[in-house]
Structure formats: structure tokens, C-alpha cells
Design a protein around this ligand. Sequence first.
Ligand SMILES: Cc1cc2nc3c(=O)[nH]c(=O)nc-3n(C[C@H](O)[C@H](O)[C@H](O)COP(=O)(O)O)c2cc1C
Length: 150
Amino acid sequence: MAKALVVYATITGNNEDVADIITDALEDLGVEVDEVEMTMADPADFEEADICVICPYDEGALPEEGIDFYEDLQEEQLAGKVYGVAGSGDTFYGDDFCVAVDKFGDALAKTGATKGAENVKINLAPDEEDIQKLDAFAKQLVEKAAKLND
Ligand SMILES: Cc1cc2nc3c(=O)[nH]c(=O)nc-3n(C[C@H](O)[C@H](O)[C@H](O)COP(=O)(O)O)c2cc1C
């Protein structure tokens, strides 16, 4: 059975919702999932997973409590694993919408892990359409991981 680690950072709960939706979708696809808040997670935990997922919020910068995680992540070697990033921001911030999603995506790319799905950016709380996007995101991650392990 494939294993996934879903790490999220949240203040008002939107990114916990995003992480919950991804976790449920992965579990429905037969994946064993650990869902962990960022301050309780260590990037080295991704070494035990096949699928690495990050759900960060954005406050015009990276989540402050996630800076250590972000920095340590860049030191990890995660070749052979699949990653995806999905997060909630606020389109009110225009060009700065969900910049943290792209930053974590770039950090995961540096680890040598394989991108399993396009970054998903959600405006505030996930709605029905976002849930469909996150379900598709989870499915793509699982399919990519299956291909890598072929
Ligand atoms: C002070 C402040 C600054 C913010 N700056 C940004 C930003 O630059 N880009 C963005 O997409 N969202 C920004 N947001 C919006 C949050 O990322 C958004 O509300 C998100 O859904 C919060 O996620 P959470 O519920 O998981 O904490 C900002 C919010 C606050 C309070």
C-alpha cells in the first residue's frame, strides 16, 4: 500500500480543510495517510512516504511557523517520491495570491522528488469546485506514484 504524508499550516482553518479533503481522497484511493500540522512535522518524515503533500497558507510570506520546515526541506533528498502542493490564499492579494504554494513547490522540486500534479490554489475556504480539483489532484499523485514504482 502506498503511503502519503500531508503537512499543512493554518491559522483560520482553511488549509486544514484542504489537507482533510486531500487526505480523504487519498484514503479513498487506498493510500495510507498521515496528516500532520507543520510545526509537528519534520521534512525528514517525507523519507518514509511515497507521496509528499504540503498545504500552506500565505500571509504575504511563508507561514512564520513553517520557516524552519521550509529551510530543512531544501536539505532533503526525496528522489523517487512524488509531491504535490495545494493551498488556500485570498485572490484579494492579486499577484501575491498563494505565493507560498509556489515556494513550497520549488523547495520540493529541489529535493529531487517528482511533481505528481500541478499546484492547486484555492480562494479562502474550499467550495464544491475546489473539492473536485483536490480529488483530481489526489488521483494524479497516486497514478504518478504507481508509475514511478512500476
Ligand atoms: C495579514 C494577512 C496577509 C495575507 N497575505 C496574503 C497573500 O499575500 N497572499 C494570499 O494568497 N493570501 C494572503 N492572505 C490570506 C490567507 O492566506 C487566506 O485567508 C488563507 O485562506 C488562510 O488560510 P488558513 O485558514 O489555513 O489560515 C493574508 C491573510 C492575512 C491575515
